[in-house]
Design a protein around this ligand. Structure first.
Ligand SMILES: [Zn+2]
Ligand SMILES: [Zn+2]
Length: 445
């Protein structure tokens, strides 16, 4: 049930309904109208459902007393716990079915009150962070992608991972004069050393896009050499988390029990900014974002450069199969549920459509996935099918499982290639490998 249908259904029950397109607007409306019931999407843009709930709970009555319902697409245990901790009264897994509405109305206790339904849509307008480019040392030329960390979950050094590498997520993109870094897993350590030796003290202006703050995506930041050069400028962008803001999540790993240098002591010019919108620019590079199916708040990024599009979705579980495996069987098999899951997967397909390079979570093979459904990661069969449907040109299997050695990853890539061949498609499938550099071909003028 989409927001409009839910609002309609609540009106039918005799409730007055006000709607908001984003969390900030919802927050303002809640303060003005003091509703008795608030329904908010977990991933509401501009103020997620957890933050909104926490904010309202901190307000004096009557704001703090509204019945607060968080709606989510994922239904992960950790998010359910997060909803409880934020002070929510109910947690609904979308699509919201008629039986959910009935339960809501029963719980709410009847008509005649003012009700605020805020299941926001993604923001339409591009109004994100301003251009952070500044003076840079990146010469013009075709866009390049270089992998510095390709592993998921845990760094896995050792003789069995030498070929693909054991460092966690970090990808460097150079395009249109910009140096853009995707995530700060342990791979960013090698990137920092390489930049120092390449640029030899020439000041750098960099943008680091954080997909989410799970450890494997931020753990290398305290070891990023470029952050210790006072002449460098590092702009870190990402989304607010479910428990804490981006700043707190990134800097708390550098507090004294964990690390000897505090974030404030880093000599480089470093800023941390929370992105509010789903579209913004880094110099001439257009950035689009999309929330992925992964516990908490996890963003995928699409970089539209003058030489083509690069899509980075490091942690994601396709909805259709996830819903099938983890929902209550009778609901999961229902037509409405499957339609909803397909719609979300189709939205993801549109986000990556026609990308020249797609870097996508393919942590498991199909067998492993049977026992790991609902963990927030994809399997190679689904990922290849998604990339084929979206007419992607090159797919890089990413976020390799820490238990996978080089041989296993090679077999998974070969399986993906065989799958594409059987479909008579042209998609190129490779496993992302530390040190691999990909050069995009600029579009002919
Ligand atoms: Zn991860
Ligand atoms: Zn994660």
């Amino acid at each position: 049930m989409a927001r409009e249908s839910l609002a309609h259904r609540l009106r039918q029950a005799g409730l007055a309904v006000i709607q908001a397109d984003d969390g900030e607007t919802g927050r303002d409306l809640a303060l003005t109208h003091k509703p008795d019931l608030i329904v908010c999407d977990q991933l509401a843009p501009r103020c997620n459902g957890f933050q909104l709930c926490r904010f309202l709970r901190a307000q004096p009555a009557p704001h703090g007393r509204a019945l607060f319902v968080l709606a989510t697409s994922g239904g992960y245990g950790v998010d359910r716990q997060g909803a409880v901790e934020a002070g929510a009264d109910e947690y609904l897994v979308k699509p919201i079915l008629e039986q959910d509405v009935a339960r809501l109305l029963e719980f709410f206790g009847g008509a005649g009150n003012t009700t605020l339904a805020a299941l926001p849509r993604p923001a339409k307008k591009a109004a994100g962070p301003s251009d952070p480019a500044g003076p840079g040392a990146i010469p013009p030329g075709p866009a390049t992608v270089r992998f510095w960390g390709v592993r998921g979950s845990l760094p896995t050094p050792g003789p069995s991972t030498v070929h693909y590498g054991g460092n966690t997520s970090c990808v460097e993109v150079r395009a249109d004069g910009q140096l853009i870094i995707l995530d700060a897993g342990t791979g960013i350590h090698g990137l920092g050393l390489s930049l120092a030796s390449e640029f030899k003290g020439v000041p750098l202006s960099m943008t680091l896009l954080i997909s989410h703050t799970h450890w494997d995506h931020i753990q290398g930041l305290p070891f990023f050499d470029a952050a210790y050069n006072p002449a460098n400028r590092l702009r870190i962008l990402g989304y607010e988390g479910t428990q804490a803001g981006l700043h707190a999540a990134l800097t708390s790993q550098m507090e004294s029990p964990y690390f000897p240098v505090g974030f404030q002591q880093l000599p480089g010019h470093i800023s941390i900014e929370e992105v509010k919108d789903s579209s913004f620019a880094i110099g001439p590079v257009e950035v689009k974002t999309m929330f992925l199916n992964h516990p908490g708040v996890c963003a995928g990024y699409r970089l539209n450069t003058s030489s083509g599009a690069i899509a980075y979705l490091p942690d994601n579980e396709p909805f259709q199969r996830y819903k099938y495996h983890t929902g209550q069987p009778e609901i999961a098999a229902s037509a409405e549920f499957l339609r909803y899951a397909r719609r979300l997967d189709a939205r993801l397909g549109e986000f990556i459509r026609g990308a020249d390079v797609l870097i996508l979570d393919s942590q498991y093979d199909l067998n492993e996935y049977q026992t790991r459904a609902g963990w927030g990661h994809g399997c190679v069969d689904d990922v290849v099918a998604l990339a084929v449907q979206a007419e992607v040109k090159r797919l890089f299997l990413f976020h390799h499982d820490p238990s996978h050695d080089d041989e296993k990853i090679t077999r998974m890539a070969e399986w993906g290639q065989a799958f594409v061949a059987a479909l008579h498609e042209t998609l190129q499938v490779e496993a992302a490998r530390e040190g691999l550099q990909v050069v995009l071909q600029p579009a002919p003028k």
